[in-house]
Design a protein around this ligand. Structure first.
Ligand code: NAD
Length: 435
């Protein structure tokens, strides 16, 4: 079926935007990547027009009383990009630069990610524009409970299921689950994933994204003719994803030589003591200044002579300006959208193999799916069962990506996006237009 509409090029995603925000750049990147996949697949104009815009967008402004007694208005977003393959699924971000464009981009990437790894979800993302470091735990709880209340008609186990992302945690998911449960009058564990284990979280979920990053890196090193053991690794970001990735790589025998976070960075050519960094972070709020290390900044970290560079912080880190300095053999996109479209050809020319984000960091959504399925069936799987299922699911997706890249002579990113867009397009076509 061909779905005919007006030319998609006549429609700009953010015509009102005047200033170029980080969110606008992320959205532009997501749209360019989608256009490349659509061109490669020869997607018809109707499907292109449907898939390049989010299906639903919610913006809410809500008041919260701060600890000093004053009232502050917060702005939050939830965007559901496409729900043809199942309920909307995606993280919730608390960050000062979160805006609607940022959330639109991240929601689109979630649609492709869920399709690529074969979990029955559509894509969504949410966020509140705030700096979590500047709010107390009580204030964060109040923001979360009020935001969950504003989204009451939007989120739910059958409709849209949030999970942790930048600036949010298992505790945030516990507050969301409790708020919705209080309103309904009974426990609704399936309304959020990434919850603490004691209230329906899944074994293995806390480390799942990092575990998936590890599996995809191990797979890529094997294909490149070397192993993780002894490989030198540099990592940007030491949060939910970066910390787990660093710890798991360290345990697997890699030499993690440098890590940066928002407060600075640490470098030790013989290999960092990752458990010590975790303790330093807990005590000082940053890894910077950890004993036995020398300082390093992001640009220096990106240019280190390492085997694997892991990006586990934010979007738009490797650009046309610094892509030429990357010397790693493998660039693992543990973050969403860390490489801009202009950087991709430079990396490819220099022989840097990119593990695309929608594959590399998909461990989180895969185990979120397991958590949701366990909640719905009232089951609790063991950690080893979860990790084995995750390993199989993510490596099957990796195989499909590398095979498609080879058969179509295209980059792994284009291959991943082509597989994902093809699946979402098929679901959208089969469901047809309503009415
Ligand atoms: P987080 O808030 O837990 O951690 C972010 C880390 O990045 C922190 O260590 C922070 O200090 C660091 N950081 C921020 N700005 C930086 C800068 N300019 N330079 C260096 N470091 C900087 O967030 P997270 O959940 O680990 O998410 C990281 C990335 O992974 C995001 O792109 C997110 O969308 C993606 N992701 C997260 C999950 C998940 O399960 N949490 C799943 C898939 C993808």
């Amino acid at each position: 079926m061909t779905l005919q509409t007006a030319s998609p090029t006549a429609r700009k995603a953010t015509p009102e935007a005047t200033a170029r925000t980080a969110g606008a750049s992320a959205l532009e990147a997501a749209l360019r990547q989608f256009a490349a996949a659509a061109d490669h697949l020869g997607l018809d104009d109707g499907l292109r027009a449907i898939l390049r815009v989010p299906q639903r967008e919610y913006t809410v402004h809500f008041p919260v009383r701060l600890d000093d007694g004053s009232i502050r208005i917060f702005t939050g977003y939830r965007v559901q990009h496409n729900v043809a393959r199942g309920p909307a699924k995606g993280g919730l971000r608390y960050h000062p630069s979160t805006d609607l464009d940022d959330v639109r981009a991240l929601a689109m990437w979630m649609t492709w990610k869920a399709a690529l790894v074969g979990v029955p979800f559509g894509g969504a993302k949410g966020g509140v524009t705030l700096d979590p470091a500047k709010l107390s735990s009580r204030e964060l709880e109040a923001v979360t409970r009020r935001f969950a209340t504003e989204l009451e008609g939007v989120i739910g186990p059958d409709s849209d299921i949030p999970a942790p992302d930048v600036g949010t945690s298992a505790q945030t998911m516990a507050w969301i689950m409790d708020t919705v449960s209080m309103h309904r009058g009974f426990s609704v564990p399936g309304v959020a994933t990434g919850k603490p284990l004691s209230i329906g979280g899944s074994a293995g979920r806390a480390d799942a994204t990092g575990q998936g990053v590890l599996y995809t890196i191990a797979d890529a090193t094997r294909r490149g003719g070397f192993t993780i053991e002894g490989a030198r690794v540099a990592i940007q970001g030491f949060g939910n994803v970066g910390e787990a990735t660093a710890r798991l790589l360290h345990q697997a025998g890699a030499r993690v030589v440098a890590i940066t976070d928002i407060g600075g960075g640490v470098h030790r050519p013989d290999g960092l003591d990752v458990p010590l960094l975790r303790r330093h972070l807990q005590e000082h709020g940053t890894i910077a200044g950890a004993p036995g290390t020398r300082p390093i900044d992001n640009e220096e970290l990106f240019a280190l002579d390492v085997d694997v560079l892991v990006l586990a912080a934010l979007e738009g880190q490797i650009t046309a300006n610094n892509a030429g300095s990357v010397r790693a053999r493998i660039l693992a996109e543990a973050a969403n959208g860390p490489t801009t479209p202009d950087a991709d050809p430079i990396l490819a020319r220099n022989g840097v193999v990119v593990i695309p984000d929608i594959l590399c960091n998909a461990g989180g959504v895969v185990v979120s799916y397991f958590e949701w399925a366990q909640n719905r069936a009232a089951l609790a799987w063991r950690a080893d069962e979860v990790n084995e299922r995750l390993r199989r699911q993510i490596l099957a997706a990796a195989d499909a990506v590398w095979q498609r890249a080879g058969s179509d002579s295209i980059s792994p990113r284009l291959a991943a996006n082509a597989i994902a867009v093809e699946r979402v397009a098929e679901a959208t076509r089969l469901r047809g237009l309503y009415p």
